[in-house]
Write a protein that binds this ligand. Sequence first.
Ligand code: PHE
Length: 339
Amino acid sequence: MLLQKIDTLLEEISHKQAETKEEVEAFRLQYLSKKGAINKLFAEFKNVPKEEKKEFGQKINVLKNTAQDKYQEFVERIQTSSQSDLDVDVSLPGQPFQLGSRHPLSIIKNEIISIFSKIGFTVAEGPEIEDDWHVFSALNFPLEHPARDMQDTFFIEKNPDILLRTHTSSVQVRKMENSEPPIRSVFPGRVFRNEAISARAHCIFHQVEGLYVDIDVSFADLKQTLLYFAKEMFGAQTQIRLRPSYFPFTEPSAEMDISCSICGGKGCNVCKYSGWVEILGCGMVDPNVLESSQIDSKKYTGFAFGMGIERIAMLKYQINDIRLFFENDIRFLKQFQSE
Ligand code: PHE
């Protein structure tokens, strides 16, 4: 009798289906719960005749395992089907975070710093709001000297002694005032000039200044340092040429051209078909400038140079409008990767 009951239940369970959560729970209650059919059969064990006990035991275990497997199967099926209800393809790749990129001016600035740090230059910075002394007077611009007009300065109306620095040469002065030779440093920073904004000029731009003061620093050291820089920045094939120039704070002074990195010197519209492009101003630090900062000009000599970061970036990346650097258009900015 009882053995037959097991067979009937086994038959019943193997044909059961449960599609919803409720049906699955009903199945569990009916067969697998404490008061379920299978437990009830277990309770009958004591009434089973001795000679049937063995068979009963085996059968009821098969029944129990079958019911448990079936239940597990229902639960899993319900879990996967409720996921597909969300209508997402879990095998699709995730949405990546948008990573920002470095501003091209920062990339170039860091590259310049790294090139000079390889030959022992340290880095320092100075204030953007400066006084007349550090931007002009200590750099040998005499008062009322027309050289001051070389750069259109933003002065603070209430106090013309305070101004926005027009070049990073002011940091040369601060460095020489605060330290003893040997000095070998580069000074990156933002500068301001009251210029009409165009594709080639902006009222805000960036420079990197270099200064080396020590015993016996010569023009040959300057030239070799700048040649090294040009080759590192624009490639080993790069040539340089120094043209005599004038700055109040260097004597002699020069402007440096590099062979055009776009056409390799053959002539193109970037170099205006000359094969050369100007990238920086430089010279031997004027003894008056050393003396203004209490450095003994009989003992020490030095060289200095200053370059525009925008100019270098425009040449390197072939950018034809300086305004792009300040517009922060993501389509422009995301094109640059630091190495
Ligand atoms: N300060 C100069 C400029 O802004 C560049 C320069 C720096 C020239 C150092 C000579 C030495 O044009």
